[in-house]
Write a protein that binds this ligand. Sequence first.
Ligand code: AMP
Ligand code: MG
Length: 408
Amino acid sequence: MLTVEEARDRVLASVSPLPVEDVLVGDARGLVLDETLSAPHPLPRWDNSAMDGYALRGEEGETASAKSPLLLEIVGEVRAGDPGDVEVKPGTAVRIMTGAPLPPGADAVIPVEETEETDGKVVVKAAAVRGSHVRPAGDDLEVGDVLVESGTELGPGELALLATMGFSPLRVRRGPKVAILVTGDELVPPEAQPGPGQIRDSNSIALRALVADAGGDSLVFPSVRDDRTATLEAFRRAGEIADLVLSSGGVAVGKYDFVKEVVAELGRIDMWRVAMQPGKPVVLGSIGSTPFLGLPGNPVSIHVGFEQFVRPAIRKMRGCRGLLRPSVVAELTEPIKKRPGRLHFVRVGLHARSGKWFATPTGAQGSHIQSSLIDCNGVARFDIEETKIDAGSEVVVEVWRLPEGDQS
Ligand code: AMP
Ligand code: MG
């Protein structure tokens, strides 16, 4: 049996980053940057005003106060978008709006609240020293400063900065097209009333959501019958149109489990038992040149298997820098018993109290217990040889999502 880490290394070795594309910055949310970008100009580009007020010379404004105000002649106005080329000579000021360039000669701004305007003159009633309310050029970034590193998933902050710096289009990777194939004669769609022995297909729903969450695009196929020809046709088609083929079920040793046989015919197959619970059998292979990953059908197994193997693979295909979920150390609130021999992923809810994390198992942990995924924030890892973990022990929790904040 392989460890989870060994199995994940093999999965990751079998996928490569997708080709890059040029995408306008406004359309690049969630895509992954494929170049490290540096500042082509300072930010701000020029000295500008932090307030609505008057631009003046600090040497004149530094002694102004309510008791001994300074009177300056207003020689112009700079609005946002104006070039700001009216010179501020001694004895004068220029009306200026927030963000507008500081005109030549001026090196301070007095906010409008500290002034009065009469007859083309401004009365300055508080001190304005050199640099006050001025945002100097390069205050944020200097030329050559790194803006965003290659491999970053682009969110609102990154996109806004790259737009400011004029980077559009961007060299990015989209998520892979992931074909989702669920297998089983027992499956009916969620909208149908199951007959005797039938169950509703929840795995394609779960996998679609998991793929989207990992940054991929799902191609969902109708559920595949446990029939050799049907399986062959569906898997062949999936291999032709997808960047990654994902399946659930049909990889056990049952008489009607055709997935392994069919993938071996269409490409290559490699099957291992991984020392983990749930989700032991993992099948890796390719259909033509398209990588293939087969997960067991149990609804909990596919979640855990997806998180351990498929999500990192999708992230590698996207060119992400970080492939794995972050972990936190938490205090276990209930004891756990397990059999030795496999690493257990116990679904837990997390909550924070006084700056510390607490992890509570989400109930029974069988691979068919779907309710264990409700209010689940991730999985606590219990090592292969452990058998009993006491309440109060510190455990490592792989975080799938953080709990909601308080309402107040
Ligand atoms: P299998 O790996 O095909 O033997 O399936 C293992 C278990 O998972 C069986 O109890 C199946 O009924 C269940 N299962 C398989 N596929 C799905 C699915 N798409 N949705 C929900 N349960 C499934
Ligand atoms: Mg089956």
